[in-house]
Design a binder for this molecule. Structure first.
Ligand code: ADP
Length: 374
């Protein structure tokens, strides 16, 4: 009898240890999951909640165990979802928006639980899909914008070709005028496609982080920029003033940086009235800027104009693709609405930042800050 009790005791101790080990393992697995996991019983009392679920719902995981869900979570949609998950035979799925400083979208997946005694409950998995939703929206908007931008010149080319075919070709005056419009719209299509390809190339090297960099003197970059922009500045009687110390140099991809500065100087020329000036300068700042914390300091490239300026409400969206303050004016000047977005991606690919200050009627200043490499 004593032996039998001894064996039983040993078995119980072993089983207790195994259960303890399994509990610890389960806790470790749940705790390390990125997804939130929440288990509730048939009366919606919280049986188990991992760290991720508690963080998403703003709860203390230890304080809420065995408390009813409706007591600890204010969101009525989550409570309704929990009831559905307990009652449904099939797994259920839904999206939940958690309102806060920053709204978040949570994908909920719920499965009913049944134990041997027939008591029910549910297991709910929570995934934060806010970023995925945001990117899906950006992609949808981008496709819609590209289609719209391409549609306008194509429709115009089609219209004028049809008019020519319908007989306008016979009239030499109309003939030349319409062909010139067609050529202009074809150029517009080509610029949009060139800009889109440039953006996609830069984004690719941004993603892989393998942008080839070499030590370059900024004065050399400026010489190339001036050579490119000077004819357009002269056309509009705009003076281009350049100031750059020969000694300033850092690691950059020269052709890309040239393109970024050209885009800024071109805008400054386009959005200034004839007779005004545009200033292009480079300097070294000992410490980083507010957004760019570089220990060794940074190179600041500034493009300043005394053009039409930009209302404050537009500034936060200025670097978005196809964002224009004045659509008609931008189109008339041959803009694609992609120039500043290209600049932003080039600067980001260099690990730098871009900022803008502007006042309507006074002018605009664009500042590129690049990490200083020595
Ligand atoms: P766009 O091809 O239309 O010039 P950008 O992306 O280069 O496109 O610029 C976006 C918009 O920002 C422009 O349409 C214009 O309204 C505004 N903008 C850019 N640079 C300047 C500037 N220097 N002065 C005034 N407005 C500017």
């Amino acid at each position: 009898m004593a032996d039998a009790i001894g064996v039983l005791r040993e078995q119980l101790v072993e089983r207790g240890l195994t259960i303890g080990r399994q509990g610890t393992q389960q806790e470790a697995v749940l705790g390390s999951m990125i997804e939130g996991v929440l288990a509730i019983d048939a009366r919606q009392r919280i049986v188990s909640i991992n760290r991720a679920a508690a963080d998403l719902l703003g709860l203390d995981p230890h304080a809420v165990i065995r408390r009813p869900l409706q007591e600890v979570v204010r969101n009525p949609d989550l409570r309704r979802f929990a009831l559905r998950a307990i009652d449904c035979r099939e797994p259920v799925e839904d999206d939940l928006v958690l309102r806060g400083l920053r709204d978040r979208t949570i994908r909920l997946q719920g499965t009913a639980l049944r134990d041997l005694s027939g008591d029910g409950g549910a297991m709910i998995v929570l995934n934060d899909v806010t970023t995925i939703h945001h990117f899906e929206k950006v992609r949808r908007d981008f496709v819609a914008n590209v289609s719209h931008e391409l549609k306008t010149p194509v429709a115009s080319i089609k219209g004028f070709v049809e008019t020519l075919l319908d007989g306008a070709a016979e009239d030499p005056a109309d003939n030349e005028r319409f062909l010139k419009i067609i050529a202009k719209q074809a150029d517009r299509l080509a610029s949009i496609i060139d800009d889109l390809l440039a953006l996609s190339r830069i984004e690719q090297s941004e993603g892989t982080g393998n942008l080839p960099l070499e030590m370059v003197r900024i004065a050399e970059v400026f010489t190339a920029v001036v050579a490119d922009c000077m004819p357009r500045a002269a056309d509009r009687s705009i003076e281009l003033d350049v100031a750059c110390d020969e000694s300033i140099q850092t690691a950059v991809n020269a052709p890309l940086l040239e393109q970024a500065v050209i885009n800024l100087v071109d805008n400054a020329i386009k959005y200034s009235d004839p007779g005004k000036s545009v200033w292009l300068s480079a300097s070294v700042a000992a410490t980083g800027t507010a957004e760019l914390a570089c220990e060794a300091g940074c190179v600041l490239i500034v493009v300043r104009d005394e053009g039409c300026g930009i209302e404050e409400e537009h500034l936060p969206r200025l670097f978005e693709r196809f964002y224009r303050v004045d659509k008609a004016r931008s189109r008339k000047l041959g803009g694609t609405g992609l120039g500043l977005s290209i600049v932003k991606h080039i600067v980001q690919a260099h690990g730098g930042t871009i900022a803008v200050q502007s006042q309507p009627g006074v002018g605009s200043t664009f500042t590129i800050a690049l990490p200083l490499e020595s």
